[in-house]
Ligand binder design. Structure first.
Ligand SMILES: [Zn+2]
Ligand SMILES: [Zn+2]
Length: 123
C-alpha cells in the first residue's frame, strides 16, 4: 500500500474525508485522544484497505467508504501501528478491521485513564 498512499487518488480521498467528517460531525477529532484537529494536524488511518484497488492499467482507485478511515494525530497514529504490529489480541482478530477496532479501544481506554490521573494529580 506504500504506492497507494502516495497516489493522487489517495490525496483526493483524504481531503474529501475531512470535508465529509466536518459536515457530518461539525468537527474532526482524533480517534485516540479525542482532541479536535484539522487536515494539517491529523492523519488518516485505514481500518482496512479492502476498497483501495488498482484498475486494469495499474492506476489506484480510492473506493474507501467514510467508515473505513479514522483520523489521528501523527503520534496517536504511530501508537495504533505499534500496537497493531505486536499485540496478541490484535493478531488473534479475524481480520484487519477487527484488529484495528480492538487496538483503538485499548488505546482510548489507556488514554482516558492517563487523563483521569492527570486531573486527579496522581501522575
Ligand atoms: Zn490524538
Ligand atoms: Zn495507519
Amino acid at each position: 500500500m506504500q504506492g497507494y498512499l502516495k497516489s493522487v487518488a489517495w490525496f483526493r480521498r483524504r481531503d474529501r474525508w475531512f470535508v465529509d467528517e466536518r459536515r457530518r460531525r461539525g468537527e474532526v477529532r482524533c480517534i485516540i485522544c479525542r482532541k479536535a484537529g484539522t487536515n494539517r494536524s491529523l492523519e488518516l488511518h485505514h481500518l482496512d484497505y479492502e476498497r483501495a484497488s488498482q484498475d486494469a492499467h495499474g492506476k489506484w482507485v480510492a473506493g474507501e467508504e467514510h467508515g473505513d478511515l479514522v483520523a489521528a494525530h501523527p503520534r496517536c497514529h504511530e501508537w495504533i501501528h505499534r500496537v497493531l504490529d505486536r499485540d496478541e489480541a490484535a493478531s488473534s482478530a479475524a481480520d484487519r478491521r477487527e484488529a484495528n477496532i480492538r487496538v483503538i479501544r485499548a488505546l482510548r481506554a489507556k488514554f482516558s485513564t492517563a487523563l483521569n490521573l492527570v486531573a486527579n494529580d496522581e501522575l
